[in-house]
Design a protein. Structure first.
Length: 264
């Protein structure tokens, strides 16, 4: 979760995705006050601009693959909260590598959630780095566009903003969600193939660490894109939204603090 001025941006969206992920994996939702615990850690570590990572595991489990049921003495979930400093957004155009690794279908493993099982993405990103590219593009085995190894992908064609829909095997990125919400352009979600990028006018990636990152080329096809104007506009809108969110959340915290002082 991106943290700006000590406030975790789009906390609600992250918590909704966490709840969906835990439900898909049949892990009980933690009952701890994650918001208060997270804010306390952010303040203690003096993270004004950085990241907050919440990891939830099943806890102490059984041997083998079948988890113990709660009635059989399973321990409650284990929650780990970490913070780190932010690097700058990646705003210069990057090169994308068409990965030889493909996305497993949603029928094989839940794809819309963020899990600790990230081997597919790890191998794809490592491959891209070996090819001197910043990020990997993952598709299904039949060439349907999915996402980057660490990002969601968007492209423009004839003034329309395209992106794979959530019924594709992709992670439901919170920055992806913000871009769709903020976009002044018509957004079309759906199932697209690699051929669609041949006619794209502008391509960019999104995630909480990079913001809106324009793509210069897709290798080894040597597809190139030179326009940046619309992705830069969306990047500016995202930054404005972050600022508005932080201001609103700070006001809520100030009011809550004042109320506690009046009625201890």
């Amino acid at each position: 979760i991106a943290v700006t001025e000590g406030i975790p941006y789009q906390w609600e969206q992250h918590m909704e995705r966490l709840r969906c992920g835990l439900s898909a994996l049949s892990i009980p939702t933690p009952t701890d006050n994650l918001w208060q615990c997270s804010l306390k850690l952010v303040q203690k570590n003096n993270i004004t601009c950085g990241f907050l990572r919440l990891s939830v595991s099943r806890g102490i489990g059984s041997r083998g693959f079948l988890p113990q049921l709660l009635s059989e003495g399973e321990q409650p979930p284990t929650v780990v909260i970490e913070t780190s400093e932010r690097t700058t957004w990646v705003e210069d155009p990057v090169m994308l590598w068409y990965s030889s690794y493909t996305k497993p279908p949603a029928s094989s493993i839940p794809s819309g959630i963020k899990t600790m099982q990230g081997l597919n993405s790890t191998l794809a990103r490592m491959e891209a780095q070996k090819k001197h590219c910043f990020e990997a593009l993952l598709t299904t085995p039949d060439g349907e566009i999915c996402e980057g190894s660490s990002s969601n992908i968007f492209w423009f064609r004839q003034g329309i903003l395209y992106t794979p829909s959530l019924d594709c095997p992709i992670v439901a990125g919170t920055t992806r969600q913000a871009i769709i919400r903020l976009s002044p352009f018509q957004v079309r979600e759906g199932h697209f193939h690699l051929d669609d990028l041949h006619t794209a006018e502008e391509v960019f990636l999104t995630n909480v660490a990079w913001g809106v990152t324009p793509v210069r080329s897709l290798q080894p096809m040597n597809l190139c894109w030179h326009h940046l104007e619309r992705s830069q506009r969306l990047s500016a809108l995202l930054k404005q939204d972050i600022a508005h969110y932080v201001t609103a959340r700070k006001s809520e915290l100030d009011r809550s603090s004042l109320a506690r002082k009046r009625d201890p």
